[in-house]
Design a protein around this ligand. Structure first.
Ligand code: PMP
Length: 579
């Protein structure tokens, strides 16, 4: 079907003259100009960025240039919005005739489409996804009328998590007379490719992406639309001037430069998604964990409302999708940190142990509503039991390294460790696993020089975070010990007594173990012990250096586990009153 953009422009907008700023008359730099046109303050308040007193200038163009280079489109094919929510709303405002037109959506899907349609006095033509959550293209093409200028396909779909295969989307692009808006908020998590390369072929395609998800910039509110230059020009006419703040634009630019970090975060999220899916699948109340191409899971349970209420009581907020078409019993769960996911699993397990749905009849009274708002009142109902959580997050940045480490002493041995040094990661996984400590370490160091700084600074960061997580050490055991293993024998003694001492009695024949100079292991433990202010005695004998090293790390983990385990006394293990 041929596409005629002009026929989609509502009469009341056809002759629209956009708001013009005097500054639009001037190209080029700002430096040599005196701007007395926009009633701004001539300087920023003390301590705020020096650019912030001015309305945005060429910042959107700079970001568009960068995005264009990354995405392989022209800068004129890019529209920037205050989050993709603004883009969604603006597309409706631009192409929908209030009181007359309808937008087509495919439920269960992102709720904003229907809400913004209502706000813009547009109708909603809903064509439900099939039982596998795929678009029924035949039904969709039968359902549109001359009063349907827009259709919204969420790809991957929120809340179901699945992307639509191309075979489902292309017939819509070919057969629909209006604009097909593909919302790719979660595309970075998906093995299915973005539809961006189809822009050249289909003038009626618009792709929406966002900095809120994989780029981790939800607070900055930056959304992007990609489409033909004609569509983008029209959106630019209709939007409010300066719709995006300079600070947000600059943050988005910065995020674009952190592509390696984005990949790391996505990989980590995908790994944890699989881990969480596996754990949830084992829960008796879980009927199904749907496959996901996004950073969340849709989980079908035998009673979503009861579980939702229970989790909320435990301070875990998930999304109840029970009332969405095809989603009876479903909760949508975002992938959090390893520790947040474990918190969810623990709360869920507690519910199952309590007798699940039957045991929760009284708890149901909290809320049986679909969508509780997280208000102060709701938060007050959070209940935190037991002793104070012993966890800490520490970031250490030097000229050589940037290390972020999270530790939970009362964890279950879950780890997520990336130092860039394979063998070292392997050893640190042992510390988490055998120490029953949750450990997340993202270290970026000058490995192009060697591994020295990364290992040393990881040791310091681990020690510092441990000290912080221990707090006043009330209720912890002061000593740990361990036993030999395999052909090697390692013994680690630890006293968390606030005094540093390292006694090292381990010799290696090999110069390198797992590509790490063997002297670095002593250095790692020294760095740790100094930062954690502890006495650490390490002794190892044996034939195989690899085994010896592994034995030391495992023994260290076991020792740490004993040393930080709580006793019931709630006292400090010292006669001095402090540790
Ligand atoms: N599209 C989808 C499918 C979403 O799930 C969300 C947010 N949950 C958005 C768009 C909104 O994104 P933004 O933060 O860019 O407004």
């Amino acid at each position: 079907m041929s596409f005629d953009l002009q026929s989609l422009i509502p009469k009341h907008l056809a002759q629209l003259k956009p708001y013009a700023s005097a500054r639009d008359d001037f190209q080029g730099g700002r430096e040599d100009r005196v701007f007395l046109d926009a009633n701004e303050l001539p300087q920023a308040l003390h301590g705020l960025p020096s650019y912030i007193n001015r309305y945005p200038g060429n910042e959107p163009s700079v970001l568009k240039e960068k995005l264009a280079a990354v995405k392989g489109v022209d800068p004129e094919q890019i529209f920037l919005g205050n989050g993709s929510d603004e883009v969604i709303d603006l597309v409706m405002r631009s192409f929908g005739r209030p009181g007359k037109d309808q937008v087509m959506i495919f439920p269960p899907t992102f709720g904003i489409y229907a809400v913004r349609a209502r706000v813009n006095n547009l109708g909603v033509r809903a064509v439900d996804l099939d039982s596998r959550f795929l678009v029924d293209t035949g039904k969709a093409l039968d359902a549109f009328t001359p009063e349907t200028p827009l259709m919204f396909i969420c790809h991957p779909n929120n809340p179901t998590g699945n992307a639509q295969p191309r075979e489902k989307i292309i017939p819509l692009l070919e057969g629909f007379r209006g604009i097909v808006v593909a919302d790719e908020a979660y595309i970075d998590f998906s093995p299915e490719k973005s539809l961006l390369p189809l822009l050249e072929r289909f003038p009626n395609l618009m792709v929406i992406q966002t900095f809120s998800k994989a780029f981790g910039l939800a607070g900055a509110r930056v959304g992007v639309a990609y489409a033909s230059t004609e569509i983008i020009e029209f959106l630019d006419k209709v939007r409010c001037p300066y719709n995006l703040g300079t600070a947000s634009i600059r943050l988005a630019e910065q995020a674009l430069n952190s592509h390696a970090d984005l990949r790391l975060n996505v990989t980590r999220t995908l790994r944890m998604r699989e881990q969480l899916a596996e754990e949830l699948t084992r829960m008796p109340l879980v009927e199904k964990v749907y496959p996901s191409d996004a950073n969340f899971l849709l989980v079908k349970t035998s009673d979503a409302n009861a579980l939702y209420s229970h989790l909320a009581r435990q301070g875990v907020v998930v999304r109840n999708r029970n009332n969405e078409p095809g989603c009876r019993g479903c909760l949508r769960i975002t992938i959090g940190t390893a520790e947040e996911n474990q918190h969810l699993v623990r709360a869920w397990t507690a519910f199952e142990k309590k007798g699940g749905v039957n045991g929760l009849q009284t708890a149901r009274s909290l809320t049986d509503r679909d969508e509780p708002t997280v208000t102060g009142g709701f938060k007050e109902r959070r209940f935190v039991s037991g002793p104070k959580a012993r966890k800490a997050t520490h970031r250490r940045t030097t000229a050589e390294t940037d290390i972020t480490l999270h530790i939970n002493l009362d964890g279950t041995g879950v780890s997520n460790i990336h130092t860039g040094i394979g063998f070292f990661d392997h050893m640190l996984h042992q510390v988490a696993k055998h120490g029953m400590i949750d450990l997340e370490i993202i270290a970026r160091g000058d490995l192009e020089v060697d591994c020295h700084h990364t290992i040393e600074d990881t040791g310091i960061t681990l020690g510092t975070a441990l000290l912080e997580a221990l707090g006043d050490k009330r209720g912890v055991e002061r000593y740990g010990f361990t036993l030999p293993m395999d052909d090697s024998e390692a013994s680690v003694l630890l006293d968390l007594g606030n005094r540093f001492y390292l006694k090292w009695d381990a010799r290696f024949d090999a110069k390198q173990i797992g590509n790490i100079p063997s002297g670095m292991f002593r250095h790692f433990f020294r760095s740790f012990a100094e930062a954690a202010k502890c006495n650490l005695h390490v002794k190892a004998t044996g034939d195989d250096d690899h085994h010896k090293t592994e034995a030391i790390f495992k023994a260290f983990a076991r020792t740490l586990r004993m040393a930080v385990s709580r006793n019931d006394s709630d006292t400090m293990p010292t006669t001095k009153g402090m540790l």
